[in-house]
Design a protein around this ligand. Structure first.
Ligand code: HGY
Ligand code: MN
Ligand code: MN
Length: 431
């Protein structure tokens, strides 16, 4: 008879520290962007850890890496745990890595206890969740859910000029002996542990967040084009200056969008002028826009508002405006039955829970469109993320991993009893 599986917090903490060394930055963060050498190193380390425990490995065309602990009936679709190992350029040690390594800790806890599960339990490390090197974000999970890599993604270029398809090939080649599986495979359910990346759980001092859904995201690349001119000889009424137009445009949008709607999020993360010469009026300016809203209709209206304002300011400066969509992720609600699986699991461990929506997108957003899915949040210090200062108290790391283990066991029990949870993620009701 196997004993009850249990998380070993010190082993998980050591794993998190070990992975944080890959791409470590001088200020205590991690720069391990998707499909870079650091990302490949982290995948290889995870593969080595898996083989050392006898877990089977496979990877798909999108370089999603799957680890499998076999169950009683190999034909049954597995319970899948996961998250991502890629980071922001000035990322933290927990965004993504916590979910992957806590998921690995669950597989190890099952193995240590000799647990016999009716079906396999798998762990996936999704490719390119962040999307900062190659847009869109959550690329690997989206390819898995839709069963294909969009052709235009393969030609995507990173700011350093690298081409996505070449980087994918290099990444797959790191694990030559690992079976290459088709994109998309049946799963019974998906559970993801992630840091909240916001202040609510810490403020309420609640260790386990039960994520009700994920708000919508739209990424746009906007280019305003005018006319390059001499900085010294060109008077105002001869100028067609796209940077002057962009400055007015962004001042107006920052002054209106979020102040007028507390649920809206408007971010310009990158802006560059070309040719970028100190003494030439720029010919063009390109910047990114990240829009978020929990309500699909209001998100669409936000995009329209940005497009119209850009065209208006461009025209006013005798410039033109063009737009390149980079990502479109509609909001989604997780099924009630899966929220209850998490609450049951956390309850068995005596962990208080709180339901909340996710302001960040996650791989679970796409997986939820093809399998019953739920997310667990844990508090992070001051709600900071996408920042090298990202931090999580050890007690919350342990609580999050314990909730993931107990929710996994609760799901497996229900599945054994034939309590099928067949609901997929649904469009989120108007916020
Ligand atoms: O941008 C996001 O929401 C995610 O953290 N990559
Ligand atoms: Mn993340
Ligand atoms: Mn992130």
């Amino acid at each position: 008879m196997s004993r009850r599986p249990a998380i070993r917090p010190e082993r998980l903490a050591a794993r998190l520290a070990r992975f944080a060394e890959i791409g470590a930055t001088p200020r205590g963060g991690v720069n391990r962007q998707a499909l870079t050498e650091g990302d490949r190193q982290a995948r290889a380390l995870l593969a080595d850890l898996a083989l050392a425990r006898g877990f089977a490995l496979r990877q798909d065309d999108a370089a999603n890496l799957f680890l499998r602990r076999e169950g009683g009936d190999p034909a049954l679709p597995p319970l899948l745990l996961g998250s991502h190992l890629d980071t922001q350029p000035t990322g933290g040690r927990f965004d993504g890595a916590l979910g992957v390594l806590a998921g690995f800790e669950v597989l190890e806890a099952l193995e240590d206890a000799g647990a016999r599960t009716g079906r396999a339990v798998e762990l996936v490390s999704w490719t390119n969740e962040e999307g900062c090197r190659f847009a869109p974000g959550a690329m690997g999970s989206q390819a898995f859910a839709q069963g294909q890599i969009a052709p235009e993604w393969r030609e995507a270029r990173a700011p350093d000029g690298a081409r996505l398809d070449d980087e994918l090939a290099l990444t797959l080649a790191v694990l030559p002996g690992v079976l290459l599986a088709p994109l998309g495979s049946p799963i019974a359910a998906y559970l993801e542990l992630h840091i909240e990346q916001g202040p609510i759980l810490e403020r309420e001092d609640v260790p386990v967040g039960v994520v009700t859904g994920i708000q919508g995201t739209i990424w746009l690349e906007v280019t305003l084009t005018g006319q390059a001119a001499h900085a010294g000889t060109t008077p105002l009424d001869f100028r067609r200056d796209p940077l002057a137009a962009a400055t007015r445009l962004l001042a107006a949008l920052h002054g209106e969008v979020m102040p007028s709607d507390p649920q809206a999020r408007f971010t310009v993360g990158r802006i560059e002028a070309s040719p970028g010469s100190v003494n030439a009026v720029p010919e063009s300016v390109t910047f990114t826009v990240d829009l978020r809203h929990p309500d699909a209709a209001r998100l669409a209206a936000l995009e329209q508002r940005v497009r119209e304002a850009a065209m208006r300011e461009a025209e006013r400066a005798r410039c033109t405006a063009s737009f390149r969509p980079l990502a479109h992720m509609p909001p989604l609600a997780f099924p009630e039955a899966m929220l209850e699986v998490i609450e049951t699991g956390a309850g068995r461990a005596g962990l208080p829970t709180l339901r909340l929506i996710s302001g960040a997108f996650h791989d679970a957003l796409h997986v939820a469109r093809c399998a019953p899915t739920a997310m667990i949040f844990c508090p992070c210090r001051d709600g900071i993320s996408h920042n090298e200062a990202e931090d999580v108290e050890p007690r919350f790391v342990a609580a999050g991993a314990t909730a993931l283990l107990e929710a996994s066991l609760a799901f497996l029990e229900r599945a054994e009893m034939g309590t099928s949870i067949e609901t997929r993620g649904a469009a989120m009701r108007a916020g």
